[in-house]
Design a protein around this ligand. Structure first.
Ligand code: S3P
Ligand code: PEP
Length: 439
């Protein structure tokens, strides 16, 4: 199924969710496993790898730079690392599809190579802001040509041996910017340090440490230098909490539901969705907590509950950044009003997630008022209607979950990009009890 085909999801109303599933591997960790495994010395084995378009974009980019990578087969990938200086010039632009993480992390990693590269993407990716990485990289001595408004395609001039380490105070809480600069710092003279205004996902720092590369963490600051090497390791990627989130909300809002999500990554920089849902009154149990390859993992059991509206604490926003589309559905089913502020970043994801969700929820009869940096939602009765996902995977899956509490069918257009993060979604959702047809 190509992302250019119009895939339509049709959801019949009602039902409950029941059962035990394992959702696919974490997207952020899957990207990073390919990047670090490729630059390592030796052979890295990855299990639980996400076989979805975004992670495959990263994998294909490294294949195009001469790295031998086998898989994914049943989530297993074998990467024959070429070492920190072993990448080769690709013979054409690297096409990164819909994946912001691939483009922003690769810009940092490629700025310090001995060859030039061009990074391109689909219409959505080529409209997303890239100055957040190209401006600080330029301060380190990188040379990256963007389009006049700072977007991709990006032409990256190889600057091997010429990047300078620096300290950067990030103006936005972004794990992609932080990771981009740390990866550039592996090729820069002296020390590169990045301070974040609020905690963001720290998979890059954890995985670098797992590969034996020195990263110093001191409060909100992470520091790296070119003095280090990556030694191949084995990586077990847990299930993606961002994919589990659809069922955390679905089982909370649908009566008579009881779902267990197995082996989910519960890194504290990712669990904002659990905290927010619990504040709304959700019944979520974190079971069988354990640590796998430097990342905390657990099984999550969620049962139906009557949610209530809340003011979402702003410190939880970066910790749940990809989960807001489905949290807006939870808010639509809650008693009373939910207010989100401090989340302007949602406007520059694969779609403008504030506007697109507000438009769709209004079509379904919910009083959802977009604001500059969030949304005000009054809980109510979800109705039937036809909504548009604007090619955004998380919007498509969120409106599917809304069907559990709607009083009529919901048709969702432009859903092919569900394949970028969670192609098993229709099958797993149906297995649990959602009445969804993909056409
Ligand atoms: O580093 C990562 O893997 C990601 C960071 C977040 O983006 P920002 O850094 O732009 O907030 C998130 O939205 C994205 O899905 C994945
Ligand atoms: C924002 C997302 O991803 P990316 O930035 O990698 O496109 C996402 O998966 O919700």
């Amino acid at each position: 199924m190509s992302s250019s085909t119009n895939v339509i999801f049709q959801v019949q109303p009602g039902g409950s969710l029941n059962g035990e599933i394992r959702v696919p591997g974490d997207k952020s960790m899957s990207h990073r496993s390919i990047m670090l495994g490729s630059l390592a010395e030796g052979v890295t084995h990855v299990t639980g790898f996400l076989n979805a378009e975004d992670a495959i974009s990263t994998l294909e980019a490294f294949r195009a730079m001469g790295v031998q990578i086998e898989g994914p087969v049943n989530g297993e990938v074998t990467i024959h690392g070429v070492g920190k200086h072993g990448l080769k010039a690709p013979d054409k632009p690297l096409y990164l599809g819909n994946s912001g993480t691939s483009m922003r992390l690769l810009s940092g990693l490629l700025a310090g190579q001995a060859f030039d590269t061009v990074l391109t993407g689909d219409k959505s990716l080529e409209s997303r802001p890239m100055k957040r990485v190209t401006v600080p990289l330029a301060e380190m001595g990188a040379e990256i040509e963007t389009q006049p408004n700072g977007t991709a395609p990006l032409h990256i001039k190889g600057k091997a041996g010429k990047l300078q380490g620096m300290h950067y105070d990030m103006p936005i809480a972004s794990a992609q910017v932080k990771s981009c600069l740390l990866l550039a710092g592996m090729y820069a003279e002296g020390e590169t340090s990045v301070t974040e205004p609020a905690p963001t996902r720290d998979h890059t720092e954890r995985m670098l440490a797992g590969f034996g590369y020195p990263v110093i963490r001191d409060g909100a600051t992470a520091k790296i230098s070119s003095e280090g090497k990556l030694t191949a390791t084995n990586i077990d990627v847990p299930s993606d909490i961002s994919s589990a989130a659809f069922f955390l909300v679905g089982a909370s809002i649908a009566p008579n539901s009881d779902v267990t999500l197995k082996h989910v990554g519960i890194n504290p920089t990712r669990t904002g969705v659990i905290d927010i849902l619990r504040l709304m009154g959700a019944n979520i149990e974190v079971l069988n907590e354990r640590e796998v390859g430097g990342e905390p993992v657990a099984d999550l059991r969620v049962r139906s509950s009557q949610l209530k509206g809340i003011n979402i604490p702003e410190h939880l926003v970066p910790l749940a950044i990809d989960e807001f589309p489905v949290l807006f559905v939870a808010a639509s089913c809650a008693e009373g009003q939910t207010v989100l502020t401090g989340a302007e970043e949602l406007r520059v994801k694969e779609s403008d997630r504030i506007q697109v969700m507000a438009d769709g929820l209004q079509i379904l009869g919910i009083d959802a008022q977009p604001t500059k940096d969030g949304m005000v939602i009054d809980g109510g009765q979800l109705g039937s209607g036809e909504v548009d996902s604007h090619g955004d995977h998380r919007i498509a899956m969120s409106f599917s979950i809304a069907g559990l509490r709607a009083n009529g069918p919901i048709t969702i257009n432009d859903c092919a990009n569900v394949n970028t993060s969670f192609k098993e979604f229709p099958a797993l959702a149906t297995q649990l009890g959602l009445n969804l047809k993909s056409m």
